[in-house]
Write a protein that binds this ligand. Structure first.
Ligand SMILES: Cc1ncc(COP(=O)(O)O)c(C=O)c1O
Length: 610
């Protein structure tokens, strides 16, 4: 492929990770034999320490050296499942557990007393507000209350658990320092807690972490280490360094003190509500927040339902409850990065199995719609994980037709990556079913376009893509229309059909919304074209590594990347691969190490691009 050139260095696929102004230092730690091997491997893959204390003698890392990937650790005994193996209508309760009580680290009563005795209020000055969302409540006919964890000083609840665990450490242990791995909110919680407690903190973050996030952690006074491409690699590093240096590893969710700290959210809700509550909706990543809330609320107000909410492509808790055992997801959607977890915690799962009422799954579009709702209610911008519970509450109330009850959604975080707002605004109206994405084919003859516009009638066209092409195929337009009611769309589709203009509703096809709508007009008949979506790590050299795997062996016929502010860039690639070479292609794709999916048979691709 010769034409592949990016216009500027702004693409995160190409831009250097660090500038010479950043205080970045290559790590040259001495280590035990086992960890030295590992450290040198990760260092060669772009590793840097960013210390708030060191401002000179730092080296700018622009060219990561080639090197092996650090070992991945995964419990082999866990059942591996695909997120798509559990899908259901929006709002339906899934993963309803049998509520069996099993022995764990603490009994339920011990959790209750630990929540009551938590240290959280040394660092959280007062209860976060519980506020009504009036517009949403009116629209749904249900009182929707927002528990505003996004208003905490680090813009998420994660501070509670981290501080509770750290404040309970014996003095000598605290003096040896702490370490954690995180790509975001947990890191800020640990960093702020360490500052408050006057202890040394090292935070291992994947080298793909957006600059805004690691800078926020550094500003809180912690030592940031950028290591590996994924959370798993950062975690392996952090655990090894904890052992080597005698630091305490602060886990993000699976520890009784973390769970009890997060449980203070439930305690506050119970004392803030006046009147009966039907359900509390809680976002789930590893399960620390929901386990803590459930442990408290189910003891003091067992009639209140505790309902988890997960993205439908990051549904590890729903699947674990469904299978009645912890499972590992074979891939995980990264849009709501705060909850992109492949395996839930052992203790959090045990508590959820006993205490929660089930899980609701929501789409990326619905999360975006809830971010917009929150903006309209409170002029606050939630991050995707922070809006998850709101999306789940709305879907559940609609699905079960609830009226005149009180429901609570935890707005859990507001550390929004600004780059992502473009995608959020694009998808928000689709998520609220105020916009539909459609494709209509029509004869390539004069007058067709006018006829098409007459049939669209008074509906508002919000996006329109069409390009003439010379072969004899019918012309195809891709467009979006604004909607007030679903009936409007049905009526318009009927008008199109009765005039023999074939129209397809593509509103629920992510491939169309992410890529094909931006590629329209590029139809061509390429022989043996295989279409794949790859998740590229957002770091320098990712593109060259990709090309090294496939080029010049095969011709690349299509390449579409659109930055969405995610940790992994979602890239659509067309490659000419003969059917006899497919095995070889799949082997190379697997050894590349980037997540990928073959999309050649996607109906929209067939229609729009061939
Ligand atoms: C904003 C936000 N919401 C929800 C969660 C999920 O919390 P847990 O991992 O305890 O389930 C996280 C986790 O980091 C988060 O950052």
């Amino acid at each position: 492929m010769e034409a592949l050139r990016f216009a500027s260095s702004h693409s995160p696929l190409l831009r250097p990770k660090f500038t010479t102004n950043d205080n970045v230092k290559a790590v040259t730690t001495t280590a035990s034999n086992k960890s030295r091997l590992f450290v040198s491997a990760t260092l060669s893959k772009s590793m840097a320490e960013i210390s708030p204390l060191q401002s000179s003698t730092n080296t700018s890392l622009k060219e990561p050296l080639a090197g092996p990937t650090p070992p991945r650790r995964q419990s082999p005994q866990l059942l591996s499942v695909s997120p798509a193996s559990l899908q259901c209508p929006p709002g339906e309760l899934v993963g309803v557990p049998d509520h069996t009580v099993t022995d764990g680290e603490l009994s339920a009563m011990e959790y209750l007393t630990n929540v009551l005795a938590s240290k959280v209020y040394d660092i959280v000055p007062r209860d976060t507000p519980l506020e009504l969302a009036p517009k949403l409540s009116e629209r749904l006919g249900v009182n929707v209350w927002l528990k505003r964890e996004d208003l905490l000083s680090v813009f998420s609840f994660k501070l509670r658990g981290a501080y509770n665990m750290m404040a309970k450490l014996p003095k000598e242990q605290l003096e040896r320092g702490v370490i954690c791995s995180s790509a975001g909110n947990h890191a800020q919680g640990v960093a702020l807690s360490a500052r408050k407690l006057g202890c040394d903190a090292v935070i291992a973050m994947p080298s793909t972490t957006p600059e805004i996030k690691w800078k926020a952690v550094k500003a809180l006074g912690a030592m940031v280490v950028l290591v590996g491409d994924s959370y798993d690699e950062a975690q392996t590093y952090a655990k090894e360094r904890a052992e080597k240096e005698g630091r305490t590893f602060i886990p993000p969710f699976d520890h009784p003190d973390i769970i009890a700290g997060q449980g203070t959210v439930g305690m506050e809700i119970v004392r803030q509500m006046n009147g009966p509550v039907d359900a509390i909706f809680v976002p789930i990543g590893g399960g620390g927040l929901i386990a803590g809330i459930a442990a408290y609320v189910k003891r003091v107000s067992p009639e209140v339902k505790i309902i988890g909410v997960e993205p439908s492509d990051a549904n590890a808790m729903a699947l674990s409850l469904h299978h009645n055992q912890r499972v590992v997801l074979d891939q995980v959607g990264g849009f709501a990065d705060g909850v992109a977890v492949k395996v839930v915690g052992e203790e959090t799962f045990r508590l959820c199995k006993e205490l929660v009422d089930g899980v609701v799954l929501v789409s990326r579009d619905a999360i975006c719609a809830s971010i917009k709702d929150m903006f309209e209610e409170k002029r606050s911008i939630l991050e995707p994980a922070g809006a998850l519970a709101l999306a789940g509450a709305e879907a559940y109330c609609k699905y079960y037709g609830l009226k005149d009850v009180n429901v609570i959604a935890i707005t859990s975080g507001a550390n929004m990556n600004f780059d992502r707002l473009r995608l959020v605004t694009e998808l928000a109206d689709v998520g609220r079913q105020r916009e539909a994405v459609l494709a209509t084919s029509m004869p390539e003859v004069p007058g067709s376009f006018k006829q098409f516009c007459e049939l669209v009638g008074r509906m508002n066209i919000t996006e329109f893509k069409y390009r003439y092409h010379s072969d004899k195929k019918p012309a195809l337009v891709l467009y979006s229309v604004g909607l007030h009611t679903p009936l409007e769309l049905e009526a318009m589709m009927e008008r199109m059909e009765s005039s023999k203009l074939k129209t397809i509703n593509m509103t629920n096809d992510d491939l169309v919304k992410d890529h094909l709508r931006h590629l329209m007009g590029g139809r061509s008949n390429v022989q043996n074209e295989v279409l794949c979506r790859f998740i590229f790590p957002e770091r320098q050299g990712a593109l060259m590594k990709f090309l090294g795997a496939f080029s010049p062996r095969w011709n690349i016929t299509l390449f579409h990347y659109r930055g969405q502010g995610e940790i992994g860039a979602n890239v659509l690639v067309g490659i000419q691969v003969a059917s006899t070479e497919m095995d070889e292609f799949q082997n190379r794709a697997r050894s590349l190490g980037y997540e990928y999916a073959v999309e050649t048979s996607n109906e929209a691709f067939q229609l729009l691009m061939l």
